[in-house]
Design a protein around this ligand. Structure first.
Ligand SMILES: Cc1cc2nc3c(=O)[nH]c(=O)nc-3n(C[C@H](O)[C@H](O)[C@H](O)COP(=O)(O)OP(=O)(O)OC[C@H]3O[C@@H](n4cnc5c(N)ncnc54)[C@H](O)[C@@H]3O)c2cc1C
Length: 502
C-alpha cells in the first residue's frame, strides 16, 4: 500500500510528489499522458512559490529558468494608467523578487526530473484514473493504461487531475460558479526585440513596460501583454460578442492582433488557442481519504496569474499534514483542516480576480470611461498595493487566532549568505528571544544565534511578541510566549479529532 497516490502529474501533482517524496512517504503518481503537455498555460508565479520550491528541494533546478518581473500595470480606454501594482523598490519579505515569469513546460520537466532522486516515488505515465472505492484503511484505485487495467491501494489520494477532474466527477462533487465566464484568445510568441507600446500615457517613471504585465482595458478589445522567460511573450485577447473561436485562431487574424505591438520586431508565433476564463470552486475538497487540489478544486480567471500558485499552496498545506498523519504523530482528523484553511483563502483571491475581470472585460465605452475616472480617483486616494497584497492570512484551522500575525506568511530574511529556511529547515519552527524547552518536532531558534540583521526581532517588535511559531508551510501559527504556543498548537491538533468525531 502506498502512503499517498497522486492522480495527475501537472505542476501541482508533480510538486506534491516532490514535497511528499522529500518527507520520505511512499508515493505513486499516475499520469494519463505519456508525455508532458508541451505548451505553456501559466506564465507567472509569485515569491511564495519560490520559497515552496526551496522547501521541496527543487529550487536549484527551477530558479535558472525564472525571469523576475516588476508587477502589473492596468491602462484604461484612453490607454492612460488606471492601476499600477508595481514592485520596484518594494520590500522582498521572502528574499525573492515579488513576481516571476516562467515557461510552464520547463517547470513541469524540472519537477518531474526531480522525482528521480526518490526511490520511494513511482511515476506511472500513460496510466489513467478509472475509478475508486474507499474503506477505513485506504483507497482502492482502478487504473487503466496501454498494458491493461490495474488496481492499487493507497492510504490517501490527492486528485491533481486538472479542471475536468475525473476524480471530482467520480465523487460527485459540485462546483460553485462565481458567475464569471469570458472567452479569450491566448497567443504565445518568441520575440527578438522589445515589444512596442506606442500609445500608453501616465506610465510611472519606475515602470519598465518590458518587465511588467500590461493589461489594456480598452473596450475595443481588452488585451493582456505579458513578458515571459527568455524571448517568450504572451498576449491574451478577449473575444468580442459573436466572434468565432476557430476564426480568431487563424494565422492572419493573430498576425493582425499582435501587429501593433510587434511592428518591425522579428517574431515567431508559437501557438494560438482560446480558453474560457472563469471562477469555479469545488464545494467539497475532501471526501473521506481523497483530497482535491489545484485546478481539480478551483479555477480562476488568470488576471493576477494565481491559478497554479493556488494549487501549489494547496499541496504545501496538505503535505505536512499527510506526513504527520501517516507517521502517526497527528490524528487523521488533522486532514479535515485542509478545506477550512484553503477554501476561504482561494475564494478571496479568486474573487479579487473575478472583480478585476469585471472591470477589465467592460465593452461599453461609457461604462469603461466611468471606470477609468473612478479608478484614477481611487489610485490617488489610497496607496496602491502589489499583487502580493491580495493574498490573505489563514483565518481558521491550525492557527492561534487572535494572536498578532497569526495566519500570515512568515518572512524569510537572509541569514548571512543563505536563506532562512535553508538554515532552519522547513518544519515547525519557534523563533524566540528566550530559551524554551520543546518537544522533538519543533526546531527552536533563539534569535541571538541567527545572523539575520535583526529582521525577525523587528518582525516580533512590530507585533509586540517574544516568540513566533511557524508552520511547515511557512504560515505563522501564532505569536506569544514559546511554551504556550506549542501547548496551544498541540491542543488545537488534538481538538480536530474531537471536532470531526462530533
Ligand atoms: C491562459 C491561461 C493562463 C494562465 N496563467 C497562469 C499564470 O500566469 N499563473 C498561474 O499560477 N496560473 C495560471 N494559469 C492556471 C494554470 O495553468 C493552472 O492552474 C495549472 O496548470 C493547474 O495545474 P494542475 O496540476 O492542477 O492541473 P493540470 O495542469 O491541468 O494538470 C492535470 C494533469 O492531470 C492529468 N490527468 C487528467 N485526468 C487524468 C486521469 N483521469 N488520470 C490520470 N491523469 C489525469 C493531465 O494529463 C494533466 O497532466 C493559467 C491558465 C490558463 C488557461
Amino acid at each position: 500500500m502506498f502512503d499517498v497516490a497522486i492522480i495527475g502529474c501537472g505542476p501541482v501533482g508533480a510538486f506534491a510528489a516532490n514535497l511528499l517524496g522529500k518527507s520520505g512517504l511512499s508515493v505513486l503518481v499516475v499520469e494519463q499522458e505519456a508525455r508532458p503537455y508541451p505548451l505553456p498555460r501559466a506564465v507567472h508565479l509569485d515569491h511564495e512559490m519560490m520559497r515552496l520550491f526551496q522547501s521541496a528541494g527543487v529550487i536549484d533546478r527551477v530558479a535558472g529558468d525564472m525571469r523576475d518581473t516588476e508587477g502589473h500595470l492596468h491602462v484604461g480606454a484612453d490607454h492612460g494608467v488606471i492601476r499600477y501594482m508595481g514592485t520596484v523598490g518594494r520590500a522582498r519579505p521572502f528574499s525573492w523578487s515579488n513576481d516571476y515569469f516562467f515557461y510552464q513546460p520547463e517547470l513541469e520537466a524540472h519537477l518531474r526530473d526531480a522525482l528521480g532522486v526518490y526511490p520511494h516515488v513511482e511515476l506511472r505515465l500513460g496510466t489513467a484514473f478509472a475509478g475508486l472505492t474507499q474503506d477505513g484503511e485506504g483507497v482502492t484505485l482502478h487504473l487503466s493504461g496501454v498494458a491493461g487495467t490495474d488496481t492499487v491501494r493507497a492510504r490517501h489520494v490527492i486528485a491533481c487531475d486538472g479542471a475536468r477532474s475525473a476524480v471530482r466527477k467520480a465523487l460527485d462533487i459540485a462546483l460553485d460558479d462565481l458567475d464569471f465566464e469570458e472567452p479569450w484568445l491566448v497567443v504565445d510568441a518568441e520575440v527578438d526585440g522589445p515589444v512596442r507600446f506606442p500609445d500608453l500615457s501616465g506610465v510611472p517613471a519606475a515602470a519598465n513596460l518590458q518587465t511588467l504585465s500590461v493589461m489594456v482595458c480598452d473596450p475595443a478589445r481588452p488585451t493582456t501583454v505579458v513578458p515571459g522567460r527568455g524571448n517568450h511573450r504572451r498576449w491574451e485577447f478577449m473575444l468580442l460578442p459573436g466572434e468565432d473561436d476557430q476564426a480568431m485562431m487563424a494565422p492572419n487574424v493573430v498576425a493582425t492582433l499582435v501587429a501593433p505591438y510587434l511592428d518591425g520586431v522579428p517574431h515567431r508565433i508559437l501557438r494560438a488557442a482560446t480558453y474560457r476564463f472563469h471562477g469555479l470552486i469545488a464545494r467539497q475538497w475532501q471526501r473521506g481519504r481523497v483530497f482535491l487540489a489545484g485546478d481539480a478544486a478551483h479555477q480562476t480567471p488568470p488576471f493576477f496569474g494565481q491559478g497554479m500558485c493556488h494549487g501549489l499552496r494547496d499541496v504545501a498545506n496538505l503535505a505536512w499534514k499527510l506526513e504527520r498523519v501517516t507517521r502517526g504523530t497527528a490524528p487523521e482528523a488533522l486532514l479535515a483542516t485542509y478545506q477550512p484553511e484553503r477554501d476561504p483563502h482561494v475564494r478571496a483571491v479568486i474573487s479579487s480576480a473575478v472583480e478585476a475581470g469585471r472591470y477589465i472585460c467592460l465593452l461599453d465605452p461609457a461604462a469603461a470611461a466611468a471606470r477609468d475616472s473612478r479608478m484614477r480617483a481611487q489610485a490617488q486616494a489610497v496607496p496602491q498595493g502589489t499583487a502580493a497584497d491580495l493574498i490573505p492570512a489563514i483565518a481558521t484551522g491550525i492557527v492561534a487566532r487572535g494572536t498578532a500575525g497569526a495566519g500570515e506568511r512568515f518572512i524569510q530574511p537572509r541569514v548571512g549568505d543563505r536563506l532562512l529556511d535553508d538554515v532552519t529547515g522547513a518544519g515547525w519552527r519557534l523563533f524566540t528571544r528566550r530559551p524554551v524547552e520543546t518537544d522533538a518536532d519543533v526546531i527552536t531558534v533563539p534569535l541571538d544565534t541567527l545572523a539575520d540583521d535583526g529582521a525577525i526581532a523587528a518582525w516580533l517588535d512590530a507585533r509586540g511578541a517574544d516568540a513566533v511559531l511557524v508552520r511547515p508551510d511557512h504560515y505563522v501559527f501564532g505569536t506569544g510566549e514559546g511554551a504556550d504556543l506549542i501547548a496551544c498548537r498541540d491542543a488545537l491538533i488534538a481538538d480536530t479529532h474531537r471536532e470531526v468525531a462530533a
